[in-house]
Design a binder for this molecule. Sequence first.
Ligand code: HEM
Length: 222
Amino acid sequence: MNGYYSRKLHSLLGIIPLGAFFVEHLLTNYQAFERGKEGFDSAVNFLNSMPLVFFLELFLIWLPLLYHGVYGLYIAYQAKNNVGHYNYSRNIRFTLQRITGVLTFVFVIWHMYDTRFQVAIGQITHEQLGGVMHEMVTNPLIFALYVIGIISASFHFTNGLWAFMVSWGITVGPRAQRISSYICMGLFVIMSVMFIMALTAFRGSEFQEVSAIGEVIQTVLS
Ligand code: HEM
C-alpha cells in the first residue's frame, strides 16, 4: 500500500488535467499552421479571455505539472527497469517512458521560461508570443531542440495513455493492450507531425515582429 495513492495520483494527473492540456496546447499552436498569425493570435486571445484564467492555469497546469514532474523524476531515478517481466517492445517502451519524462521535464522548464514566464514578468505581452516563437525557431539549433522536445513530450503522453489504460483496468487482456498500443502509437505520430507543422509555421515571415521586441528576445535567448 506504501505509495499506492501517490502513484495513482501521479498516473491520473498525467491524463487529467495534463494530457487534456497537452492536446489543447497542440490545437492552439496548430492554428498557426492552419490559419496563420491571425488564427494563432485569436486562439491565444480566446484562452486569455477565459474567466479566472490565473486559477485555471494554477490548478490545471502548474500544480499538477509540479507534482507529476517532481514525483516522476523520483520514479524515473528509482529505475526498476523490469527486464524479463514483459516482452521486448513493452520493456523498451517502459524505459522510454522514463527517459522521455526527464527530457520533457527539461524541455517544459525551458519552454515556459521563454514564453509564459516572460509574459509574467512583463517583458513581453501575450500578443508578442508568435513573434517570440518566430525568433526562436528561425534559429536552426533551437528548432532542432524544439523538435526533440516535442517528440519526447508527444511520446511520453501517448505511451503514458497506453500505460494509464493498463494500470486503471481499462485495457485488460493482451488483445486489448495490443490494439490500444497501435492506437496510441498512431496518436504519437499524428501529434508529433501536427506539432512540427505548427513549429514550421512559426518560421513564416508573417510572425516576424517589428524590431522593438527583437532586443528583448535576444536577451532571453542569450
Ligand atoms: C514534466 C516532466 C515529467 C516527468 C519527469 C514525468 C515522468 C513520468 C514518469 C517517470 C512516468 C512513469 C510512471 C510509472 O512508470 O509508474 C510518467 C507517466 C506518465 N506521464 Fe509523465 N512526466 C512528466 C510530464 C508529463 C506531461 C507534461 C504529461 C502530459 C502531457 C505526462 C503524462 C504522463 C502519463 C499519461 C503517464 C502514464 C501514467 C500511468 O502510467 O498510469 N507527463 N511520467
